[in-house]
Design a protein around this ligand. Sequence first.
Ligand code: SF4
Length: 419
Amino acid sequence: MNLEHWRNWVDEIEATRVEALLDRASPDVRSALERSLKGAELTPDEGFLIYTARGDDLRAVVKCADIARAEDVGDEVTYVVNRNLNFTNICFVGCQFCGFKRQRWEPDAYDHSDETILAKIADAVARGATEVCMQGGINPDMPAFKYRDLLVTMKGRFPEIHVHAFSPMEIMYGARRTRMDYPEYIAMLRDAGLGSIPGTAAEILDDSVREILSHKKVDVATWVEIITSAHSIGVPTTSTIMYGHLETPRQVVNHLDLMRSIQKRTRGFTEFVPLRFIHENTVLYRRGLVKPLENGVLDFQMYAFSRLFLRGWINNIQTSWVKLGADLAALTLKAGCNDFSGTLMEESITREAGGNSGEFIAVDVIEEKAREMGRVAVERSTLYRKLYGKKAPNGARPIIAHTSPQPADSHACGGSGCG
Ligand code: SF4
């Protein structure tokens, strides 16, 4: 179904009273939604019903997710001015869903020098960035202390920039290479300037699925250990899911249940980011293991379910313009989302996997998309402090688009890769 269909669909839901939508929902869905609207926590079985809702049930779910979003975080749509920076695309891991990795002998393999990295950050800072989001491939030639040394170099030149970097997969690799345990290794990175960690490399936290997606990747227990180690020493992380490939609805519910239980223990997650799987150019698709996903239903199910299931524990639900495109992402602002992600400035993992949403979104466009949804966009820091009225060093607007294309070397933070 096309975008126009979904636009009309969310408009119709918005124009209909919640009581009328609940009246049309099936009894079990209605009961779960009523409990959620009263602030009760959804059980995993209720979550399953909510996530798999269709037709009138889904309309009621989306309406209640929008109400919960308004009650819990208000009407402002936040975004961060950031740059994705992927220092290398050389990787030996071989995830079946990744179109980004290269072997070191391939002609378009790269491993950026410190000078290139610093130049990219200088450009981002001049355009108003407060954050650099940095991830890369798992390079077998990497010096053991490379991640720490990168941080020292970056923070030495740009002490103000927030460095949001190194997925749990990279943390696992770095810790192994330095023979340190996770708390010790993450503390070393923190002391070198690491501000927060992307909760990527999560995909679906179910080892049976992970074995097919990428059997060399960090397993569930290790992902949880790394994330909770970070939280325990005061390093916040995001949390993510990659949906729309091999997973079952029950595995999705279990994944969110795990996120919620970690958050209850640590309070270390800043946000939850559902990331739709982009199938083209991936081994999974070429082998016929996944089918192309239709735009819309699963996206609305996922975002609305996330809002309601994580309610009270993870209240920032981020939509992904990179995965959905800016127009569909804007519509998810009426299905429970309150955050529009970042400007990124570069993004190539999704593009290399076949996605066609660009590598940069200007603040003007984010503001326009929020306005179209009857909302106001507000810049935030990585850790969700609202930055009302911030100005970029080079002008009155928080960020300006470059007129010339930027080099395409990036790998999305919050992308489905390293990652
Ligand atoms: S997702 Fe990350 S770890 Fe997996 S192959 Fe791609 S770059 Fe390597």
